[in-house]
Design a protein around this ligand. Structure first.
Ligand code: ZN
Ligand code: ZN
Length: 157
């Protein structure tokens, strides 16, 4: 944890700029999430999230709106422009966490995904030609289902 990236700051915010945030240090996990709730919140086929512990995160500008999508889980958004910003809640041994939609970072290209979560909920017509591990749910809760796109059931040649 003492490497030179550990002090790296990143910044982001909503589309209109009213809500801004800054993160300090590295994300503990950057992942694609295929779960239905993330897709609903974002109106997207897949959502890419970067997780940070609460003490790495500072908000500024307008207060973010929070929709309680389930007990203990908040999904934040800008009250002016509606940009979805976070999944936030209890991260278990990490304590309170914020998972930011990486599209809201000013430099999302610096956050590189390492896995897929909730692979079974993926919209079948959407896939990515990566070779990352894919999990049934949260990566810390279960085994790897497979790596890369599903090929079973497709013509083999
Ligand atoms: Zn906004
Ligand atoms: Zn999700």
């Amino acid at each position: 944890m003492e490497d030179k990236m550990s002090d790296a700051k990143m910044a982001g915010g909503c589309m209109c700029g009213a809500v801004r945030y800054e993160t300090a240090g590295e994300s503990f996990l950057v992942s694609h999430c295929h779960c239905r709730s993330c897709r609903k919140h974002n109106g997207a086929a897949v959502v890419t999230l970067a997780g940070f512990k609460a003490d790495q995160v500072t908000f500024s500008g307008d207060e973010r709106g929070i929709y309680a999508s389930s007990p203990g889980v908040g999904r934040a958004f800008c009250g002016k422009c509606g940009t979805p910003l976070t999944w936030e809640g209890d991260g278990g041994e990490l304590g309170p966490i914020f998972e930011f939609h990486i599209s809201t970072f000013d430099n999302p290209e610096r956050l590189v995904p390492t896995c897929h979560a909730f692979e079974p909920e993926r919209i079948p017509w959407f896939d990515v030609a990566d070779n990352l591990p894919r999990f049934k749910g949260f990566p810390d809760e279960g085994p790897v289902l497979h790596h890369g796109p599903v090929t079973e059931g497709l013509p083999s040649g």
